[in-house]
Design a protein around this ligand. Structure first.
Ligand SMILES: Cc1cc2nc3c(=O)[nH]c(=O)nc-3n(C[C@H](O)[C@H](O)[C@H](O)COP(=O)(O)OP(=O)(O)OC[C@H]3O[C@@H](n4cnc5c(N)ncnc54)[C@H](O)[C@@H]3O)c2cc1C
Length: 296
């Protein structure tokens, strides 16, 4: 039988530094808890397996959303409800705002955090594709070191990340997009509320200063691979062109061809491929018409 080397305890420190000290002391013997909406379900009938708890709920600086040096900084303990209600998130990152509004129910959005969604690393985590589409970077801290990691490098498999036991995710950094950035968020599930996504798409397009030429694009999907993914091939087909020169059907086909989803209870591989193509076309149409209203 596994012998515990340290006594079981519950910690709820007020400072990040204290939390990091506790983590370095307890290592794998302690579980970090944020809102608990994933964790308590995973450990529902085996809570006895968890040695000690490190609860982040009292660390105020992890609950802030602020703009600093041309970046949005979001604390890991920011809840989905905060993302949903923040005027700054709505203004600069509407795709993230909409994806947070689509999570679970009001109760889950009040408790569940962005940090928990990221570290849990479910392929169906709703915030992951939007974060990748906005080029998010994650700050990982331990007593010894600080690392800033891109979303792409952070996720390595279903529920697997590069986070080490002594590290905390403390902040999420998003570069502030230009005014000419447009986005679309599409979540497909079997019901409208309280549903785990069958497939998600976050499309973010930045226009050049003329507001006609596409300067950059990120096409990110969730629930179609072991981690959230970007379809980078879309970039070369769109950058430098006007929307009127794009073949939406061809772009949808590229998305369909580049993903290799699995069959599961929420949908078959073929269904997901088909839907991926269609939602890409829908997202392009949405951004095109939003842009036309702004006369580009
Ligand atoms: C009924 C229900 C509906 C749901 N619907 C959705 C949905 O529609 N979309 C969706 O994406 N998710 C959904 N979820 C899943 C869940 O609510 C989210 O993933 C939520 O964001 C998890 O955050 P949390 O704070 O509760 O994480 P927790 O459960 O506290 O933690 C999750 C994991 O992250 C680790 N962790 C948390 N914070 C940190 C940190 N700062 N540093 C290091 N490790 C950390 C924990 O140790 C744990 O392993 C649903 C859950 C339920 C119960």
């Amino acid at each position: 039988m596994h012998q515990r080397t340290v006594p079981c305890q519950y910690f709820a420190p007020q400072k990040i530094e204290e939390a990091l000290e506790i983590l370095s002391q307890y290592g794998k013997e302690i579980k970090v808890i944020a809102g608990g909406t994933d964790l308590l379900i995973q450990y529902y009938d085996r809570l006895y397996e968890v040695g000690s708890w490190l609860d982040l709920k009292n660390i105020k600086e992890l609950k802030e959303i602020k703009i600093h040096q041309n970046q949005m900084e979001i604390g890991a303990m920011v809840t989905h409800a905060q993302l949903e209600n923040s005027q700054d998130i709505k203004k600069y990152f509407p795709v993230l705002n909409q994806s947070a509004s689509d999570i679970g129910s009001p109760q889950i959005r009040n408790r569940g955090t962005i940090g928990g969604n990221i570290v849990n690393a479910s392929p169906a985590g709703d915030l992951l594709a939007p974060l990748m589409a906005y080029d998010a970077k994650f700050k990982l801290l331990s007593v010894q070191k600080e690392a800033i990691i891109s979303a792409e490098a952070f996720f390595i498999g279903p529920k697997k990340t590069i986070l080490e036991p002594a590290q905390l995710l403390t902040r999420i950094f998003l570069p502030l997009p230009s005014e000419r950035t447009y986005g679309s968020w599409i979540k497909i599930g079997k019901r409208k509320a309280l549903i785990i996504a069958t497939i998600t798409l976050a499309l973010v397009v930045e226009m050049a200063e003329d507001n006609k030429t596409i300067k950059d694009v990120r096409t990110c999907l969730g629930s179609v691979a072991p981690t959230p993914i970007e379809i980078k091939e879309i970039r070369e087909k769109m950058i430098g062109k006007n929307f009127s020169q794009l073949d939406f059907n061809q772009l949808g086909q590229i998305v369909e061809d580049k993903i290799s989803p699995i069959d599961d209870i929420r949908g078959t591989r073929e269904y997901r491929k088909d839907v991926a193509k269609n939602i890409m076309i829908n997202a392009l149409e949405e951004i095109d018409s939003a842009g036309r209203e702004r006369d580009y």
